[in-house]
Design a protein around this ligand. Structure first.
Ligand code: PGA
Length: 257
């Protein structure tokens, strides 16, 4: 991380885990454990039905709430979907977009681009995910693949909008597998992402963009990942389900100068 230019962010991604009652219990514990300092931003992205319980329990703390998806349309006949304005009204600050698990369910690069616009227009921060499969890594097309995903996602966005984004690099082979990318592998791709933004925009935008690593990050390996200059935080799945583990990662991030 580089505190001179960017604020670190530790973001949880609960995926399809925990009920509203479990959310209340978790957030109550999180409140007790939360360190006082403001050395890094903290967000938890959770299932939509859990948002009200999380917001209520975390009132007057610095923890922000996020969603795991949203629809690109403002309103209308989209049964089962949730719009960006609904999430804002429910007090969400972040929305994860283009997670590989959602892409596997059919979400396209175009969908990600449209959702990103809806989230930005609503005044929230999109956490845009990208990442290669094991096969793509082995063939040697990781950087090309990441560039393609991000060029689609950022298509037509101006530099001011890009500075509001968070980008999460999540190698698919590292998600939920316990097989973390090495700090060197993660740093290489995060540095590539920053270089891409510099080429597409400018040095100021590249310096300001918060880039997270995600994929089996936990309280044990967080430090060496977060020590890398282009990794500004983590998007954390499994380990974020246990408040003690998430807080340990927050403390680790806070302690890095
Ligand atoms: P994981 O998930 O930490 O359980 O690997 C990360 C993610 O999918 O965002």
């Amino acid at each position: 991380m580089n505190r001179k230019y960017r604020r670190p962010l530790i973001a949880g991604n609960w995926k399809m885990n925990k009920t509203p009652s479990e959310t209340r219990a978790y957030m109550t514990r999180l409140r007790e454990l939360l360190p006082k300092g403001r050395g890094c931003d903290v967000a938890i992205c959770l299932p939509a039905v859990c948002i009200p319980a999380a917001v209520r329990t975390l009132r007057e703390t610095r923890v922000c709430i996020g969603a795991e998806n949203c629809n690109a349309n403002p309103a209308g006949a989209y049964t089962g979907e949730i719009s960006a304005s609904m999430l804002v009204d429910a007090s969400c600050k972040y929305v994860i977009l283009g997670h590989s698990e959602r892409r596997a369910m059919g979400e396209t690069d175009r969908d990600v681009r449209n959702k990103l616009q809806a989230v930005l227009d609503a005044g929230m921060t999109p956490i845009v995910c990208c990442g290669e499969s094991l096969e793509q890594r082995e063939v040697g097309v990781t950087e090309e693949w990441i560039s393609m995903q991000l060029k689609y996602a950022l298509q037509g966005l101006d530099d001011r909008s890009v500075r509001k984004l968070v980008i999460a690099y999540e190698p698919i082979w590292a998600i939920g597998t316990g097989r973390t990318a090495t700090p060197e592998q993660a740093e290489a791709v995060c540095a590539h992402i920053r270089t891409l933004i510099r080429k597409l925009y400018d040095a100021r935008t590249a310096r300001a963009t918060v880039i997270l690593y995600g994929g089996s990050m936990n309280e044990k390996n967080a430090r060496e990942l977060l020590m890398q200059p282009d990794i500004d935080g983590g998007l954390i799945g499994g380990a974020s389900l246990v408040p003690e583990k998430l807080i340990q990662i927050v403390e680790t991030a806070t302690a890095i100068e």
